[in-house]
Design a protein around this ligand. Structure first.
Ligand SMILES: [Zn+2]
Length: 278
């Protein structure tokens, strides 16, 4: 296709950040300091390889996800445990914080609440930054590996994709049927996964995660949460997912009381009046 005469001039226009974050509410230094202090463990769940498990975290508690036996990627879903229709909104989190999240970034909930569900307190892979391929860790761009896309591209019935793992775990935790539960599963935070978009074709890529045994990602729960974590069948996602060929390891989820727990005040739901111009 022939480009217009002023094509170069149009391409040369400098980009603007869609959502400058200077006015985005952040935790105060005091809130962060209290959330990082006085940790005492109240619960833990070991997520088996190629499975998912649910866990509860109260507002003001912290939770830690650790790769315990070998390099393993996890797919995380979060719901407001008192209103399961409020769930993690990966797309808006991406629009606000960028394609990958790290210490200080917040995980935002769906409309109409649009409030922080959790804030990342510590990221042991925070040193990774962006590599020469444009890759980085903990993305909010991939959706989750799922049996439908697998069927579309490769055919067959594979049941241990993160989508199905999360569906089974959510059904077990809530008493919902599998088909009811499936509708609550949503786009994830890809914990420890190393991903990006190729520079030439803009395609979503993955590469071996830099995660090693002991690496962890710590969160402050800002509202009462039901979480579900899947230990992705892709293992470290160096090669492929949606199969049983990759080496897979468990992930540990631990829940802690902190100095912030006792008197934590959850953030209010969004103040938009929902009249939508009528
Ligand atoms: Zn997966």
């Amino acid at each position: 296709m022939r480009a217009p005469e002023d094509a170069d001039a149009r391409r040369a226009i400098a980009p603007q950040i869609c959502y400058p974050t200077d006015t985005l509410p952040r935790l105060s230094e005091l809130q962060v300091a209290r959330a990082l202090a006085g940790w005492s463990k109240t619960a833990e769940v070991l997520v088996p390889p190629r499975q998912a498990a649910c866990f509860h975290v109260r507002a003001g508690q912290a939770f830690r996800i650790t790769s315990v036996d070998g390099p393993q990627v996890g797919d995380l879903n979060l719901w407001n445990s008192t209103d399961l229709s409020e769930r993690f909104y990966s797309g808006k989190t991406r629009a606000l914080h960028g394609t990958h999240v790290t210490t200080g970034d917040r995980l935002w909930s769906s409309f109409p609440a649009l409030r922080p569900m959790a804030t990342i307190l510590h990221d042991s892979l925070g040193w990774y930054g962006k590599d020469a391929f444009g890759g980085s860790v903990h993305d909010v761009i991939g959706t989750r590996c799922d049996p439908y896309t697998h069927n579309l591209l490769a055919g067959g019935q594979y049941h241990h994709c993160c989508h199905s793992n999360l569906t089974r775990a959510f059904a077990d935790a809530t008493g919902k049927t599998l088909h009811e539960a499936e509708g609550f599963v949503h786009d994830v935070l890809n914990v420890f996964m190393c991903t990006g978009f190729t520079r030439d074709t803009g395609q979503y890529f993955m590469k071996a995660s830099p995660v090693r045994t002991g690496d962890h990602l710590d969160f402050l729960a800002e509202i009462d949460l039901l979480g579900a974590l899947s230990a992705c069948p892709g293992g470290d996602c160096s090669f492929e997912h949606s199969s049983d060929t990759a080496a897979c390891y468990p992930l540990l989820v631990e829940v802690f009381n902190t100095d912030a727990t006792a008197d934590w005040t959850p953030p209010l739901v969004n103040a938009y009046d929902r009249s939508h111009g009528r």
